[in-house]
Design a protein around this ligand. Structure first.
Ligand SMILES: [Zn+2]
Ligand SMILES: [Zn+2]
Length: 191
């Protein structure tokens, strides 16, 4: 069965080098749906607690919220960083609080201090799905990612079977490598 969580992301971007309106800087409310697949964990009668999916995913996704997302070769990038720098908001701005831990993958690098994500490819809905999968594939049994933004939408399904996660029968969350629940301390009995 699957559990799923939804996330709203407000962001600005543009398609650098694209012919059409999207080559101009503009904003969206994107909706990302993350589906996690596993067996129903008998103790809690859940696949995976949705609040835990939300917590795990939001750690990385909040870097995209109220952020500017630009491709690495976009000349707007140095221009905007120059303005942020001159204004003193590039780093250590005390009111910029909702920051996730910085990340760097093959496809994207987050600069939470500047609320900026720099991508390798154009950040289309398809591009966003690739980025998010790369960031979360080792943390959740992802079966499907859907992303809609304005009139655009895309989804990708993934092979989630065969890698069933050991989960706490009391909390439903994944046990650590020692078979211990990081939340309540439950320990899986050795058979
Ligand atoms: Zn757009
Ligand atoms: Zn537990």
């Amino acid at each position: 069965m699957r559990s799923f969580s939804k996330f709203d992301l407000q962001y600005a971007h543009r398609f650098y080098g694209f012919k059409g309106e999207a080559q101009y800087l503009h904003g969206h409310t994107g909706v990302l749906t993350l589906e996690v697949e596993d067996t129903v964990n008998e103790g809690v009668n859940m696949v995976f607690p949705c609040n835990e999916i939300t917590k795990t995913a939001w750690e990385v996704l909040k870097n995209f919220d109220h952020a500017l997302i630009l491709r690495e070769d976009d000349p707007l990038l140095p221009a905007i960083l120059g303005v942020y720098e001159a204004q003193g908001i590039k780093e250590n701005e005390p009111s910029n609080k909702m920051k996730g831990p910085a990340f760097k993958t093959e496809l994207a690098t987050a600069y939470p201090e500047s609320r900026l994500v720099v991508t390798k490819e154009t950040m289309t809905v398809e591009g966003m799905i690739k980025i998010v999968y790369e960031l979360l594939k080792d943390k959740l049994n992802i079966a499907k990612i859907t992303f809609t933004s304005g009139v655009n939408g895309a989804y990708q399904e993934y092979e989630a079977s065969g890698k069933e996660m050991a989960r706490c029968p009391l909390c439903g969350i994944a046990l650590n490598e020692n078979g211990v629940c990081p939340k309540c301390g439950y320990k899986k009995r050795q058979i």
